[in-house]
Write a protein that binds this ligand. Structure first.
Ligand SMILES: [Zn+2]
Length: 186
């Protein structure tokens, strides 16, 4: 509610909410109710607006810190993406990402290694790594959304994606492991 308003007044709540919804400035309380953007506390439960800080407003581009991610391994911030075992590491260097992601999957997920297969060399995982840049934007619930972006994009940070392998490494890549080609060393 606005500070000069009675907590129980609905006379101004509904028109204000309608205007805020039209303008896209409303916010959703943890109780599930929506509130006009200029309400400091929830009209229904009086809980303070969770994202009064500009840096955490929905849509804000930001650089993740340790509190935004799930952990730091080998000096690299790591977080999982979705429910399929995909993950990201905040580095452009695949060898550092590999080490960090391996630590994450072993410690947090209890896997024998990043590939969840102790019989496979960790270097197989290089095939499933994709390094580039991405932009982190805040979600309304305080989480974030990551969008792949060009290096020159404002706010872009280095990211290495790990796409959880659905099957074996394709043979052109697997052959490298027994041939003369030098794989990057950890
Ligand atoms: Zn509420």
């Amino acid at each position: 509610m606005a500070l000069d308003e009675e907590p129980t007044s609905t006379a101004t709540y509904w028109p204000s909410l309608a205007a805020s919804q039209a303008a896209g400035t409303f916010w959703r309380c943890r109780c599930g109710e929506m509130n006009p953007g200029d309400y400091d506390t929830c009209h229904f439960c009086q809980h303070p607006q969770p994202d009064l800080q500009p840096s955490v407003r929905a849509g804000t581009v930001f650089t993740p810190t340790a509190t935004d991610m799930e952990g730091e391994y080998a000096g690299v911030l790591v977080a999982s993406i979705g429910e399929d075992g995909d993950a990201i590491a905040l580095t452009h260097a695949k060898n550092r990402a590999l080490e960090a992601l391996d630590g994450y999957f072993r410690e947090i997920c209890g896997q024998p290694n990043l590939l969840d297969d102790a019989t496979r060399p960790l270097s197989d995982a290089y095939y499933f790594l994709d390094s580039g840049y991405g932009v982190f934007t805040r979600r309304g619930d305080g989480g974030w959304h990551l969008t792949p972006a060009g290096e020159d994009t404002r706010g872009a940070v280095p990211v290495t994606w790990f796409r959880h392998p659905a099957g074996p490494v394709p043979s052109p890549y697997a052959r490298h492991h027994t041939g003369q080609e030098q794989l990057p060393t950890l």
